[in-house]
Design a protein around this ligand. Structure first.
Ligand SMILES: C[S@@+](CC[C@H](N)C(=O)[O-])C[C@H]1O[C@@H](n2cnc3c(N)ncnc32)[C@H](O)[C@@H]1O
Length: 511
């Protein structure tokens, strides 16, 4: 597994032999690995390490300064450049229709809009809809109104009377002064006579500054709390009372002033709108549907998408409802709403419960019991996946997992993804190409080749696996896992599949 930098666009095929794979997969020799090794060998010809895609491209980093895309720092997003690249690769033309079933901040939809490509997105998280509505309606905003608001903000320091709609996990996220100012500016905006699109845009503006003006930082699985916050102090006091050490000190180097953060956000938005307001618009339609993909996609008509570009949540315990708690609370979601939303997300946290009964009931309700049985049959027959389920369970029994919820998370994650992949096949047009960005993971020393398992499920549902691009920069392991199980870094991949063309004459490989 070469780590030497590859010149751009040079691709290197995987050359691992069975012995190499056995070494990589067996951490302590206590659990079976054969099915995963066989799976690696089955797809070895498709595994290509490439410098064409890098970490910046498959993450939000690449969007940081891109017009519109930078309006909300959605750290789980991929870059507009990646979507452009894939649309080129798949030769998606204006007038065609693409799907992103985990649309997030709308990167795929926005790129489609710029190219006159129709797009359907789905996302369960309410903040994504505020972001998309703002980006999609950029032509409707009156720039002078935004300038006036910005001027008012920079020359007034209101004393807000209302309080932030906190839920237990956000309490004390702001200093009193910051919270007072934030709510003061919000009251000012609420009192203006504005149309619905501008109100939505201003909601996005407020949402986009919450982390920067708070004592919190989004940190993977959780929100991290600055030691100066009441919550962190309270937590530490309780630990000390119990004879434990306080948490390691964490101080944010910069907590922005509310007014300068608002002015910066408005500046950026005004600049972007002014930059493109006279650009020609290509006729096309993009739509973001609210709700869970597990119920929305099965209701979509068959064979309508020319391509799919997406990135589901990774199987990495990242809890969007925790990291985006401030933004969700700001939008008025209650604690109960957030708990419900966590369960609706594709299982990627240790708190997720099985959705299988729910899916069973849902597929019966829509008269597709046969499809439910077919999907669960494919899951049950997938040997590598069954090996993963069983080794993760035995790791839990041996006490090798630091949270037993990982067992259900992994089971739920692949079960639900199988339903999504099945529906992707059904809704894709013959000849459609599919690109899925995902990371492999490891728990209790067990490597889970997410890219290959997804590909194998896709193949069982009828897709032709085309290529699995593996990024040259792999994903580091936690130092704990590295110490215990060796230094093998994990693949970050873009898997490409294709629905067979009904007319073989037109068949075209994704190049
Ligand atoms: C990795 S992010 C996608 C980011 C997106 N590519 C972008 O550029 O912003 C995964 C998204 O899946 C969404 N999601 C998770 N579970 C879902 C579900 N059951 N139905 C629909 N969307 C879901 C999350 O809310 C999140 O926005």
């Amino acid at each position: 597994m070469s780590q030497l930098p590859l010149p751009n666009f040079i691709e290197v095929a995987q050359t691992l032999e069975r012995d190499d794979l056995v070494r990589i997969y067996s951490s302590d020799g206590l659990t079976p690995i054969n099915e995963r090794v066989d799976l690696e060998l089955k797809y070895t010809d498709l595994l290509i390490t490439t410098a064409e895609f890098n970490r910046k491209l498959v993450s939000y980093q690449g969007n940081k300064r891109v017009t519109f895309h930078s309006w909300l720092k959605y750290k789980e997003g991929f870059s507009a450049e990646l979507v452009e690249n894939l649309l080129d690769k798949f030769r998606v033309a204006s007038g065609q229709t693409i799907l992103d079933p985990f649309a997030g901040s709308g990167t795929t939809l926005l790129v489609a809009q710029g190219r006159g490509v129709n797009a359907v997105g789905i996302d369960v998280l309410p903040i994504c809809h505020v972001v998309w509505n703002a980006k999609a309606q950029y032509r409707q905003f009156d720039v002078q109104t935004l300038h006036n608001i910005k001027e008012w903000v920079s020359s007034n320091s209101p004393k807000g009377g209302s309080s932030f709609p906190h839920i237990p996990i956000t309490a004390s996220a702001f200093s009193e002064e910051h919270e007072r100012k934030l709510m003061g500016y919000k009251e000012y905006v609420d009192g203006l006579d504005l149309d619905a699109a501008t109100r939505n845009l201003l909601q996005l503006v407020f949402m986009s500054i919450l982390e920067d003006i708070s004592f919190t930082r989004k940190d993977g699985q959780y929100l991290r709390w600055d030691t100066r916050s009441k919550k962190a102090q309270h937590r530490d006091r309780r630990r000390v009372e119990k004879g434990m050490n306080p948490y390691r000190k964490f101080t944010k180097s910069l907590i922005l002033d509310v007014e300068s953060a608002l002015v910066d956000a408005l500046d950026r938005i005004i600049r972007d709108i002014e930059q493109v307001k006279d650009a020609p618009v290509l006729d096309s339609k993009q739509q973001l549907i609210a709700g869970t993909v597990l119920e929305i996609l099965p209701k979509q008509p068959s064979e309508q998408f020319d391509a799919v570009i997406t990135s589901p949540p990774y199987c990495n315990r990242y809890d969007y409802t925790r990291t985006y708690a401030l933004e969700l609370a700001f939008l008025g979601l209650s604690h109960e709403d957030i708990v419900r939303l966590r369960q609706e997300q594709l299982s990627c946290t240790v708190e997720n419960r099985s959705k299988l009964d729910q899916l069973n009931a849902f597929y019966s309700e829509i008269g597709r019991e046969g499809d439910f049985s077919e999907i669960t049959h494919v899951i049950d027959q997938n040997k590598a996946l069954q090996e993963v389920f069983s080794v993760i369970e035995s790791r839990a029994e041996r006490g090798d997992l630091n949270n037993k919820g990982v067992v259900q998370m992994v089971r739920g994650y692949f079960t639900e993804l199988a339903f999504v992949i099945y529906e992707l096949f059904r809704t894709a047009k013959p000849g459609a190409s599919i690109a899925i960005v995902n990371d492999n993971v490891r728990y209790g020393g067990e490597i889970i080749p997410v890219d290959l398992i997804m590909t194998d499920l896709a193949s069982a549902f009828g897709f032709n696996p085309i290529i699995i691009y593996s990024l040259q920069q792999r994903k580091g392991n936690s130092s704990q896992q590295m110490g215990k199980y060796g230094r093998e870094a994990l693949r970050k991949s873009i898997t490409i599949w294709k629905k067979p063309d009904s007319n073989p004459e037109h068949s075209m490989e994704a190049n």
